[in-house]
Ligand binder design. Structure first.
Ligand code: GLA
Length: 522
């Protein structure tokens, strides 16, 4: 009988291979490997999701994955956050990856779940476990796209010369507290108008500072551009200058800013030149994105780079360091060219946030001086999260602390009380005192604190604060203020009138969360 069929037409080894393929697997060193997974359904690759923002820029997520059996390694980049995958489970049909990244002294974590659908990666994540998932579809992109830029060497430390600016704490406005990503050319022009109309300019407010989210992409020559919200920065600067005001801007030493926009990394001199050409007068330089490249210990060299770059432009530009008070910035801020440096994390429009920051500044007083200021963050006065009594406490404390007075509210729409607080010239005079001596706490009894600032003409600014829930009587002893004998004059700067005193002390009743703010002449 003649042999027929498969065995007749193919050698035995070929038939074994055909059967292996038909039954979807084969055995290698005792391990079953899915042929489907080994060929088409592999997570390995560089996957990207691009989500356009309305300002013409994009946010990105990159999943640079390597699948090795049931293990997934690689990295996850979510615009300004670069995570390394530390844990994984599952495979192409259903996987979970957990990435972590170092941020100063703490870790950030992100978790994605997903599956491969054809040649697309479907992923979902939740900000908090109780949130609804955000779902997106990632497409394959070339290897290397979205990768963290290479680390650039840092310069040796040297002393950057003082730029001669900010002889008193800077005064002005900043967009972040109120507007966040909603700041635009229109908002800035209207705020400049309001600064003039409200009388704030004439009271000393000068800088109109655009915070994060103005940035566009870089052009072919690497020049930073502004996004759709700011069609022409130079024209905007001209407008602000025409009002007798100055314009400030924001960037980061990292590849991205805190809000995930383009940073100045590797373009420091070029950006400083662009800012100068636009007519910028103030730069807030915010660490955030630099954490992916440099350690906190390297901050001085990183900040020095921009300090040098600003000086080199020849334009007077106030240099504001924003790195949340890490690394005892008050000790090296002036040496890198800083005129002011944030001393804490972000303020929010709440009593506990404002008081935690404001009353926590006592030990830093010695580091403030003419041209170089501690910055406990921008004002929240008028933003609605505190009472007017609490906002008076905020303003008084910032005046005693010789803190920058950067209003953070919508100046186009202020209540009479907000105006009264921001425009009190006697309070502003304390803040702007030319001796530049930061005030300190001289006594504390329970929730009541007395803070004193010595002024250039020998007067003392005295803040009697009550952090408690009920009104409180507080006695101030003139000797505690360094005044021996009688005082000549005591003026209540919120009530705008002199008060009568004739003994060795003075008793005041301070409302809950309130302040009695005095200017005392010896
Ligand atoms: C950080 C800063 C804020 C603000 C935002 C902008 O959080 O501390 O003041 O500039 O970034 O993204």
């Amino acid at each position: 009988m003649k042999n027929s069929g498969l065995f007749n037409r193919y050698p035995t080894w070929a038939i074994v291979v055909i059967l292996m393929i038909c039954f979807g697997g084969y055995t290698l060193s005792g391990q079953t490997v899915s042929t489907a997974a080994a060929t088409s359904a592999d997570l390995t690759g560089n996957w990207a999701v691009k989500v356009p923002r309305s300002d013409g820029t994009n946010t990105w997520a990159y999943f640079n994955l390597k699948q090795n059996g049931d293990k997934i390694t690689g990295s996850i980049r979510v615009t300004q956050f670069y995570y390394t995958i530390k844990e994984s489970a599952g495979g192409p049909e259903n996987f979970t990856i957990i990435g972590t990244m170092r941020d100063g002294k703490s870790d950030r974590t992100v978790k994605y779940e997903g599956k491969l659908v054809g040649d697309e990666l479907h992923v979902s994540t939740r900000r908090r476990p109780t949130d609804n998932p955000t779902e997106s579809v990632a497409k394959r992109v070339p290897e290397g796209e979205g990768a963290m830029p290479a680390r650039l060497p840092l310069p040796a430390l040297h002393k950057v010369a003082y730029n001669g600016l900010a002889k008193t704490p800077p005064m002005g406005w900043n967009s972040w507290n109120k507007f966040k990503s909603q700041v635009s050319d229109k908002v800035v022009r209207e705020i400049a108008d309001a600064m003039v109309i409200s009388g704030m300019r004439d009271a000393g407010y000068q800088y109109i500072n655009i915070d994060d989210t103005w940035e566009g992409e870089r052009d072919a020559q690497g020049n930073i551009t502004s996004n759709k919200k700011f069609p022409d920065m130079k024209a905007l600067a001209d407008y602000v200058h025409s009002k007798g005001l100055k314009l400030g801007i924001y960037s980061s030493p990292g590849p991205n800013t805190c809000a995930g926009y383009e940073g100045s990394y590797g373009h420091e001199e070029q950006d400083a030149r662009t800012f100068a050409a636009w007519g910028i007068d103030y730069l807030k330089y915010d660490w955030c994105g630099a954490r992916n490249i440099y350690t906190d210990e390297e901050m001085p060299a990183v900040y020095q780079k921009m300090g040098d770059a600003l000086l080199k432009t020849g334009r007077p530009i106030v240099y504001s360091l924003c790195q949340y008070g890490r690394q005892d910035v008050w000790k090296w801020g002036p040496d890198v060219g800083g005129n002011l440096w944030r001393t804490t994390g972000d303020i929010s429009d709440r009593w506990d946030s404002m008081t935690r920051i404001g009353f926590g500044q006592n030990d830093l007083a010695q580091h403030a001086r003419v041209g170089h200021w501690n910055d406990p963050d921008m004002l929240e006065v008028g933003n609605g999260g505190m009472t007017d009594t609490e906002y008076k406490t905020h303003m008084s404390l910032w005046a005693i602390l010789a803190a920058p007075l950067l209003a953070g509210n919508d100046l186009r729409d202020m209540t009479p009380a907000t105006k009264e607080i921001l425009l009190n010239r006697e309070v502003i005079a304390v803040n702007q005192d030319k001796a530049g001596i930061q005030g300190k706490r001289v006594s504390q009894t329970g929730d009541q604190e007395v803070w004193v600032r010595e002024l250039a003409n020998g007067d003392r600014a005295v803040g009697v604060f009550n952090r408690g829930a009920a009104p409180a009587d507080v006695a101030i002893k003139w000797t505690d203020l360094g005044i021996k004998g009688k005082v000549k004059q005591v003026r209540d700067v919120w009530d705008k009138k002199d008060v009568k005193v004739d003994g060795p002390d003075y008793k005041v009743t301070v409302p809950s969360h309130g302040v009695v703010f005095l200017r005392v002449k010896k």
